[in-house]
Design a protein around this ligand. Structure first.
Ligand code: NAP
Length: 540
């Protein structure tokens, strides 16, 4: 087993837990990006392979390190055939890394394929420059044979063994973290899983014993699939505070990338000083999720599309409404590993309505007959409301009406009927979704409108209600309420609803601003599409 050298111990004492990867197409761009993050995150990896002429950039980087003496730098010049961007030869890579120490770097990253191709004496020459050596391995397709990878690295006696496989499943993270736990006594291991499903290892890898982890400088500057921005890792996931007592929660679904639940629930845990972290779990299969829950173990889960129904058969028990609806969005795991299901979507819909009106005998029109509509219809019937369903596919509406003791209504009848509430439980109005509204102004005969869509905050339906002077509830309120009830089920504490609402509104506004900034300015030659071309993203 390799013994950590004096160099690696010296470097270990000055590096942070998060290394921020710096990219750029020119040295000036890299320095600008490095300067923007160095105060908060002084541990930086300069991806020299992103530059056309890495050697020419070294004097500028030397000045950066001279001005930022607290910074610690890794020089990486990974060749194209090994997953990097450098098109030069091995000798050229070695020349760059050989001059790294002179430019102020403390560490160099040499990929295993290059290390194995070195001639006798070349590695020693590199080490004589005084840098600590990271030997790195990347697998862009799987998480497998980690011990074999380690054995391949041992002959080079690196100061750090960097092992970066790809998580195809959630449990691949467990494989990597068990490996780190096992090896960390005898070597400095740096391990993360790439890919959307790899977030568990990015947040919990340090707890497993990884010497440090990697982050992007900002969102959009990722150097590996699934990499997270440093600020998100530190502020949302608070990875520098994750310890052995930290409880793990998450939202499981597919797709999950755009879910706002991690921002909202992590903010709630932070506000209430609960030692817990909440992860976005990219779950393509329910079985993978169930295996993860047993192996990690995860204390509680939010379940979103498309698993809300399939998960039911794997639960020990559920609340009566979940059983009636046939779907649950919340799981609590007991100490002995049993899973209990709840449906907080119902509370997210009924709660905001009951704050404003009495539902007993209220006449409610529900648009849609999918998952959210089912929660609305069963929840409203449970409170004694008279419920009418209008759906694009009439048969689905009829089936739901039969199951819940509700009625269906034809489009022609809507304009002639006065409702107390109209609820939109279709994706119409979601950002990126183009399509005709289900109701026009003269069909909005109601005292209250509730649009379950929460992105954008002001949907076309909400705008219409506002224009007509009809009171309304936005989907953000449902989103916060269903999340608040989850927080309470898991922690037994009242949820910090104001803080949850604040972070959700802040994020949605930021996203809206970014979308405006990114939107192309139409020119005469640009054709503006008139038909629905984009599928909406689902996430809760
Ligand atoms: P779902 O199960 O896929 O159901 C979608 C429903 O909308 C179906 O009844 C579908 O009709 C109808 N629909 C879809 N596209 C349509 C179109 N272009 N025109 C007319 N009807 C259309 O989805 P879900 O889980 O119920 O979610 C629905 C919406 O609720 C989501 O988009 C989301 O924005 C919102 N939601 C919000 C929260 C929150 O916390 N605020 C939580 C969950 C959901 P067919 O039966 O004809 O397919």
């Amino acid at each position: 087993m390799p013994i950590p050298s004096a160099t690696s111990q010296a470097v270990r004492s000055r590096i942070g837990k998060v290394c921020v990867a710096i990219t750029g197409s020119t040295a000036a761009e890299m320095i600008e990006r490095a300067s923007a993050v160095v105060k908060d995150s002084p541990f930086l990896e300069f991806r020299l392979d992103y530059l056309e002429k890495p050697l020419a950039a070294l004097p500028k980087i030397k000045s950066f390190f001279a001005e930022n003496t607290a910074a610690t730098g890794i020089a990486t010049c990974r060749r194209k055939e090994n997953g990097g961007k450098f098109s030069g030869t091995l000798a050229a890579e070695l020349e760059v890394l050989g001059k790294a120490a002179g430019a102020g770097f403390h560490l160099v990253d040499l990929e295993i394929e290059s290390a194995e191709a070195l001639k006798k004496g070349e590695l020693e020459k590199l080490r004589e420059t005084g840098v600590a050596l990271i030997v790195s391995f990347h697998d862009f397709s799987a998480t497998k044979d980690l011990e074999k990878v380690y054995d391949r690295m041992v002959p080079f006696q690196p100061d750090f063994f960097k092992i970066v496989p790809t998580a195809k499943t959630l449990t691949d993270n467990v494989t990597l973290m068990r490996f780190i736990e096992k090896m960390t006594e005898s070597a400095n291991i740096v391990g993360v899983c790439m890919g959307e499903a790899g977030i568990i290892s990015r947040v919990l890898g340090l707890r497993a014993g990884s010497s440090f982890t990697f982050a992007a400088a900002t969102q959009g500057e990722e150097t590996a699939p699934g990499q997270i921005a440093a600020r998100t890792l530190l502020e949302t996931y608070r990875i520098d505070q994750v310890d052995n007592a930290t409880k793990v929660y998450g939202v499981a679904g597919n797709p999950i990338k755009s879910s706002l639940s991690p921002i909202m629930l992590n903010a709630a845990f932070r506000r209430e000083t609960v030692n817990a972290v909440y992860l976005a779990l990219q779950a393509t299969k329910v079985n993978d999720l169930l295996k993860l829950v047993q192996e990690l173990p995860i204390q509680g889960l939010s379940i979103t599309m498309p698993h809300k129904q399939e998960i039911m058969q794997h639960l020990e028990n559920t609340d009566p409404l979940s059983a009636k609806i046939g779907a649950c969005n919340t799981i609590m795991r007991t100490q002995d590993g049993k899973l209990y299901g709840f449906n907080t979507d119902v509370a997210g819909i009924v709660g905001p309505l009951e704050k404003r009106i009495s539902l007993k005998g209220a006449k409610v029109l529900v648009l849609g007959a999918g998952g959210a509509a089912r929660a609305a219809v069963f929840g409203l019937r449970d409170r004694g409301a008279e419920v009418f369903i209008l759906n694009r596919t009439a048969e689905t509406a009829q089936k739901l009406a039969r199951q819940a003791g509700a009625k269906t209504i034809k489009k022609e009848a809507v304009a002639k009927t006065q409702f107390d509430v109209i609820i939109n439980a279709t994706p119409i109005g979601m950002a990126g979704m183009k399509g005709a509204a289900m109701l026009d102004a003269k069909e909005l005969n109601t005292k209250l409108v509730f649009d379950l869509v929460y992105n954008p905050i002001e949907t076309p339906l909400i705008r219409l209600a506002r224009q007509q002077g009809i009171p309304f509830i936005t989907g953000v309120e449902m989103f916060v309420q269903q999340g608040a009830r989850q927080f309470e089920i898991w922690t037994g504490k009242p949820a910090p609803e104001e803080e949850m609402l604040r972070v959700v509104l802040h994020t949605l506004r930021q996203q809206a601003e970014a979308a405006v900034a990114e939107a192309p300015v139409p020119t005469k030659a640009t054709t503006i599409p008139t038909k629905a071309t984009t599928k909406p993203k689902k996430a809760s």
